[in-house]
Design a protein around this ligand. Sequence first.
Ligand code: CP
Length: 329
Amino acid sequence: MQSMLHGKHMITTQEWTKEELETVFDTAEELKRQFGLGIPHRLLQDKTLFMIFFDNSTRTRNSFEAGMTQLGGHAHDLTPDKLQISHGENARDTANVLSRYGHAIGVRHTVFGEGNRYIREIAANSRVPVLNLQCDIYHPFQILADLMTIREKFGKNTRGLKLAVSWTSAPNYVRPISVPQSLVLLMPRFGIEVTLAVPPEFRLMPEIMAQAERNAAEAGAKFQVTDDMGEAFRGADAVIPKSWGPLVHTRDKAEGLALINQYPGWVCDREKMELTARHSIYMHPLPADRGREVTDEVIDGPHSVVYDEAENRLHVQKAVMALTMGGRP
Ligand code: CP
């Protein structure tokens, strides 16, 4: 149990030790229990979180705002057009000012090559914790919720569980690569054997892959890559198939969409789920592109835990906020 997390940024789970992350899961579990019992837990009374969303959001925006209310504080729902960011005010001035008014700053900025750099600049100029609400490289709160869900379904000892992280085809827009990158970084640290399935143009950033391999080696867990979705699914305990853009290959939107269209067979359907273990769970961070990434039969079927996974966003985020914004100074 780690008790000195006050003031710590959450930009990537890679910067948190396993012991610190265990503290997050223990706290999330306790807060989930209290939420279920209707026990007030106003651990952040009179505290303020500023949330700056450069991109749309349903889960992240609402789970953070609801979470702050439940913790007795308040979250400001901001977009660049509500701030002087729209007139060119830089990250340094924005962070210095907001961190004098409140107790944490959250940022979602997913533009490839810009988002993480912006959040790092906010953090470098903030006196209060900075929370990554998703950037171009990482989506830490999503994968904390994912791991919390896996622990709830399979138990806290996750060593040896087989997880398939697979690309899927969804040609309506080019999605960030932050979810699969965060998954391959975190899951092997908890002993989970990850197989990443990707067509060649959809590979992840080489430095993230290298770090994921080091994480797996240090934890004694297997980390494999294939270009065959079925191979990744065979015998898997959990599958997280989702779409992302070929951003490492090209930043051209039209070319990206054309590439996504080249692989229509990369869909999570009943045939793919039949390759997995009988007890397997289907996960997706949502929003899912129903009918293209996944069939209704699967996402609404007996393997699916997508709403538990979405709910756990609330609990892990409340845990990180309570520990970093409150807790022991
Ligand atoms: N999974 C996720 O981050 O959802 P939103 O984009 O709706 O926040």
